[in-house]
Design a protein around this ligand. Structure first.
Ligand SMILES: C[S@@+](CC[C@H](N)C(=O)[O-])C[C@H]1O[C@@H](n2cnc3c(N)ncnc32)[C@H](O)[C@@H]1O
Length: 236
């Protein structure tokens, strides 16, 4: 019951009457355009303000959106890491789920690098809630600038458009005994030593030593072919 007496001229303006009037009016093209523009603006504001802050200095072609790994994907990544130990780094750690899970599987230190400050905060909250705030770390850093020379275990779930460049970084920096696990999208030119799962939850493991041997073999085959070709050209 209302404590205010109805006032003259105002009793037609209650929320029910307003909704009833809106419902009875046809929307029309202009109305639809306004709704579309409003929705577009809200999505854009959400993208700029919540999902993509921290990316202003990252070139557009290297920007990767946040999509959390599925539970099965995390499970597959962990299955490929079985038997491994030591440090683990998740490049583009999102809400921190891989890092937290890795810590719970005994990896230490377990570190996530993430540019989006909201996701870094969310990761820390998740770690605190799980009672592991002190044991995992989430750093707000550009993954392309992280020094990987001492990393033994690396996990990634990034867009296919950046994976060729990532291969180069991993090849140049990781120690020979490192293992790389890629979720959802495989590294385009590398040969996995193991694969786990199916469809969007699939994960691929790459042994750094085997990878370097393979790259060496490929280079040798290319130079043998070049020598052969030069010889043939010389004799003709
Ligand atoms: C597809 S999500 C994966 C998130 C998480 N690793 C997981 O598996 O749930 C990719 C993440 O990488 C982050 N990211 C993209 N480019 C980055 C960069 N240059 N440096 C740090 N983080 C980056 C994005 O903000 C996003 O959270």
């Amino acid at each position: 019951m209302s404590h205010f007496p109805p006032q003259a001229g105002m009793d037609d303006d209650g929320p029910n009457e307003v909704f009833a009037e809106l419902n009875s009016r046809p929307l029309g093209g202009w109305g639809l355009a306004q709704i579309a523009a409003g929705t577009g603006l809200a999505v854009y504001a959400m993208w700029v303000g919540v999902l993509q802050p921290g990316f202003r200095k990252v070139p557009l072609k290297l920007q990767v959106p946040y999509i959390p790994a599925s539970k099965t994907q995390v499970h597959n990544v962990m299955a490929l890491l079985r038997g491994r130990q030591g440090s683990l780094v998740d490049l583009g750690s999102g809400d921190g789920r891989i890092v937290l899970e890795a810590h719970q599987h005994g990896f230490s230190p377990a570190v996530g690098y993430e540019l989006n400050p909201w996701l870094v905060r969310l990761s820390r909250f998740h770690a605190w809630r799980a009672g592991h705030r002190e044991e995992v770390s989430y750093r707000r850093e550009d993954l392309w600038k992280v020094d990987l020379t001492k990393c033994k275990n690396v996990t990634v779930f990034l867009a296919p458009s950046v994976l060729s460049l990532l291969q180069e970084k991993l090849q140049a920096e990781l120690p020979d005994d490192a293992l790389v696990v890629a979720g959802r999208f495989p590294l385009p030119d590398w040969k996995p030593c193991r694969i786990e799962g199916h469809g969007v939850d699939r994960a691929w493991a790459y042994n750094m030593h085997a990878q370097r041997q393979q790259a060496l073999k490929k280079n040798n085959t290319h130079s043998d072919r070049d020598i052969e070709q030069t010889r043939e050209e010389g004799s003709s």
